[in-house]
Ligand binder design. Sequence first.
Ligand SMILES: Nc1ncnc2c1ncn2[C@@H]1O[C@H](COP(=O)(O)OP(=O)(O)OP(=O)(O)O)[C@@H](O)[C@H]1O
Length: 260
Amino acid sequence: MHSISATDLTKRYGDTVAVDGLDLAVPDGVVYGFLGPNGAGKSTTMRMLTGLTAPTSGTATVGGADTRDRPALIDTIGYLPEEPPLHDELTGREQLTYAAGLRDLPDGVARERIADLLDRVDLAEDADTRIDAYSKGMRQKAAFVQATLHDPDVLFLDEPTSGLDPRAARSIREFIDSLADGGTTVFLSTHILPVVDEHADTVGVLYDGRLVAEGAPADLKRRADDAEPGDRTLEDVFLEVTAEDPASDAGEPTDATEAA
Ligand SMILES: Nc1ncnc2c1ncn2[C@@H]1O[C@H](COP(=O)(O)OP(=O)(O)OP(=O)(O)O)[C@@H](O)[C@H]1O
């Protein structure tokens, strides 16, 4: 079964085609690394998949719910956007309690889960400090907890380790792995390619709103190897498939997509 499925998903802003006929089929329980240069259309895709922006054309379902049906979607998904929605005047615990209320989590369950998750991201000691006194990393950790509070089936993460020190980043990465082990599908957008290499089962590379490569990290690197022997990294693959004229570097980008 596919947790995320998109068919010919397209978003235009005036003359700008932000996402151009995107097809996706992400199986249950995988970590899908979503890569692409600045402006490729990653955030727009996530906003469409989370029901925040309507596609200009095309359709998508997430956790079986049509993305146009936001009430049906809301229990199924968690979303950590690039700029997380936090209220500066609340403490971390108040913010999370408020978010739990929006998700209709029973009080007792919410209290326990908030305490457990705050502990897990090492934010328990600062739980009763106002968010306006949080560092960028602390805000990011609180926002991560907020996105996972209701144990969503599908979790969308936009740069989840942004602003985190190495220890905190590692704890979030381990958290992502444990969520995936527990069956959560994780749609992970980041520019930190080693994170994707280590944690993603499948990688999709978006360029100019189109998927130009898709496959397991090892397979993508192996295909690049075929083109030019040597030790390749995901960064090499990324640079090749998102080059202005990819054909001169690593073959037609569609080859990578079709071979995936
Ligand atoms: N609300 C909007 N109005 C007009 N154009 C938009 C809007 N949102 C995005 N765009 C345009 O759509 C394109 C894709 O933007 P998007 O933010 O989805 O890219 P991205 O891959 O997430 O980039 P980044 O890695 O820089 O966050 C860009 O050309 C952007 O300028």
